[in-house]
Design a protein around this ligand. Structure first.
Ligand SMILES: C[S@@+](CC[C@H](N)C(=O)[O-])C[C@H]1O[C@@H](n2cnc3c(N)ncnc32)[C@H](O)[C@@H]1O
Length: 246
């Protein structure tokens, strides 16, 4: 492709990505499992100007105020975990808007993060007890089997390629300890009402639906039990947060 064609293709793609606040930028990685996210520096600066925490600023600007808190409360209610816990692991924490609230509720000794957007790592590393692990985009290679109380991901599996999501599901099942919880949201059948699909058709969509029954069966074959779900905002519709226990 010529440079102009490349730039045009990038613009078209970025228009389609806008609802999820993801942008294609030059020079991070050629690996399709490694996606980029909203830029850290300008987002942190805008949050500071607004007087909100980065997480609350993102909720207000890109979702709805209170979305993150409601999801965290629902997840922890189903998880039945009590503070302090030893170890939490999060995939794709981005700005840390879930991290902030989960850490405040569970007071983990260690909070591991696997994040491919390297510009967010200094911000994530500034939270207490956070350990930034090497993110290869598909595994939790630095986390021991059966070692974590809670492994979770939000607004990540909604747009990753299916094989990457499946790889992370294997890993979540591997790292969660007996009695621990695995939780993540997907765009499942209940999120695919006709009005939402019609908006996707009109404006394009980067979401990659994942079948609900397949997901539950896949994890149950790996020793987890499905506990319940919570609908959470994902413009223009919803994603479904699924919660499992080992
Ligand atoms: C839409 S953002 C959601 C961020 C955050 N969880 C939230 O809800 O605000 C998706 C996040 O996943 C990260 N990500 C994308 N691909 C990934 C991968 N293969 N492994 C780990 N993180 C990934 C992105 O860099 C970004 O931080």
């Amino acid at each position: 492709m010529t440079m102009n064609a490349t730039t045009r293709a990038k613009d078209v793609l970025n228009t389609a990505l806008r609802p999820l606040n993801v942008q294609v930028v030059r020079g991070r990685s050629d690996d399709p499992a490694v996606r980029t996210f909203i830029p850290a520096r300008s987002t942190i600066a805008a949050a500071r100007r607004s007087g909100l925490s980065v997480g609350d600023y993102i909720d207000r600007t890109f979702a709805k105020p209170g979305t993150t808190q409601a999801a965290v409360e629902a997840m922890l209610r189903m998880a039945d975990l009590h503070p302090p816990v030893e170890r939490v692991c999060e995939i794709g924490p981005g700005s840390g808007r879930y991290l902030e609230k989960v850490a405040a509720a569970l007071h983990p000794d260690v909070y591991e993060v696997y994040e491919t957007a390297v510009d967010w790592l200094p911000h994530l590393g500034s939270f207490p007890n956070v350990v930034v692990q090497h993110a290869d985009g598909r595994t939790l290679g630095e986390t021991g089997s059966g070692s974590v109380d809670l492994v979770h991901a939000h607004k990540v599996f909604v747009y990753l390629e299916f094989w990457t999501t499946a790889s992370y599901l294997n890993e979540m099942a591997r790292v969660v300890r007996p009695g621990g919880t695995a939780a993540f949201d997907i765009v499942s059948e209940p999120c695919m009402d006709d009005a939402t699909v019609s908006t996707w058709i009109q404006h394009g969509s980067i979401y990659r639906p994942v079948p609900r029954a397949w997901t539950i069966g896949y994890l149950e074959r790996r020793g987890l039990t499905y506990v319940g779900s919570h609908s959470t905002f994902l413009g223009p519709g919803m994603s479904e947060l699924l919660v499992f226990r080992r």
